[in-house]
Design a protein around this ligand. Structure first.
Ligand SMILES: [Zn+2]
Length: 276
């Protein structure tokens, strides 16, 4: 899961002109530190699986004493936002999966009705997200979109199917970030996680044919193009057309009976794989 996201912390380490942890210079209380790290989590700057810098470095960058830093980290851990690993290091906990509880996920997986609801919801959500992204994307956001799109185009050209699927999720995540709305971003990311886990439908099914892969690439290009050119109307329309296309592909697979075969396979896989 974390592999689908760029290693945010490392990127930011490399960029010394923008230091996430440099903002707490007054107050200098544990609560200030807690609030700052919470904000980074809410904004999606820190994501599940990201490793925080070591205690010495972090206390220096936050300009707080190590006891205060330790107190703050302890509180964040107690709240389940951070986790310490045995081998050392503090990581961002997996807080997104908790939007949907295990019983809800199982319920969704067992009923086709949920897929229809999901696509309906996602159509509205993606339209709004692309619209906001076209209005709010920063130069940094636009560059991130271009980079992911280029990866996607390369994966497509060389037939690296799994990489193309991974780029799909990365791209939608990046669009979500460019919309600059905390609630929207977290809801979207929870949805993408379900997608990656194949809860609703098998994404391989939608990406199955060369024709479909070509169509989907064009749709992704159209969405990015509209956002990069700051055209909210086009961006919204392109994002909704993308979801409409996916819904159509699923209906078609269903009509031909392929759906049933795949969903049965998926159910078997899920019950076999549920060792956790
Ligand atoms: Zn897509």
């Amino acid at each position: 899961m974390a592999g689908c996201y760029p290693p945010v912390m490392e990127n930011l380490h490399a960029d010394t002109s923008f230091d996430l942890f440099a903002r707490v210079s007054h107050g200098r209380t544990a609560d200030e530190v807690v609030r700052q790290i919470e904000l980074l989590l809410l904004q999606g700057v820190l994501r599940d699986g990201d490793r925080l810098p070591g205690e010495r470095e972090l206390s220096k960058r936050l300009d707080v004493s190590r006891p205060i830093l330790r107190e703050a980290l302890k509180e964040l851990e107690a709240r389940g936002l951070l986790v310490s690993h045995h081998g050392g290091g503090t990581y961002v906990a997996d807080i997104i999966g908790q939007i949907f509880s295990r019983p809800v996920i199982d319920l969704i997986a067992r009923h086709r009705r949920a897929t229809i609801d999901f696509l309906e919801y996602r159509r509205a959500l993606e339209g709004m997200t692309a619209e906001l992204a076209a209005q709010r994307a920063t130069a940094y956001d636009r560059q991130a979109l271009r980079t992911i799109l280029e990866d996607m185009q390369r994966a497509h050209a060389s037939g690296r199917f799994e990489d193309e699927l991974a780029a799909d999720v990365s791209l939608h995540n990046a669009i979500g970030e460019a919309a600059h709305n905390i609630i929207l971003l977290h809801t979207l990311r929870a949805c993408y996680r379900l997608l990656e886990q194949g809860i609703f439908f098998n994404r391989h099914l939608v990406f199955a044919s060369d024709k479909a892969r070509g169509d989907l690439l064009e749709q992704h290009e159209a969405i990015c193009d509209a956002i990069i050119h700051a055209d909210p109307v086009m961006a919204k329309a392109a994002a909704q057309a993308h979801i409409d296309y996916i819904a159509g592909a699923i209906r078609e697979a269903e009509r031909t009976g392929e759906w049933q075969r795949i969903s049965q396979l998926r159910m078997q896989q899920r019950s076999v794989g549920r060792g956790d």
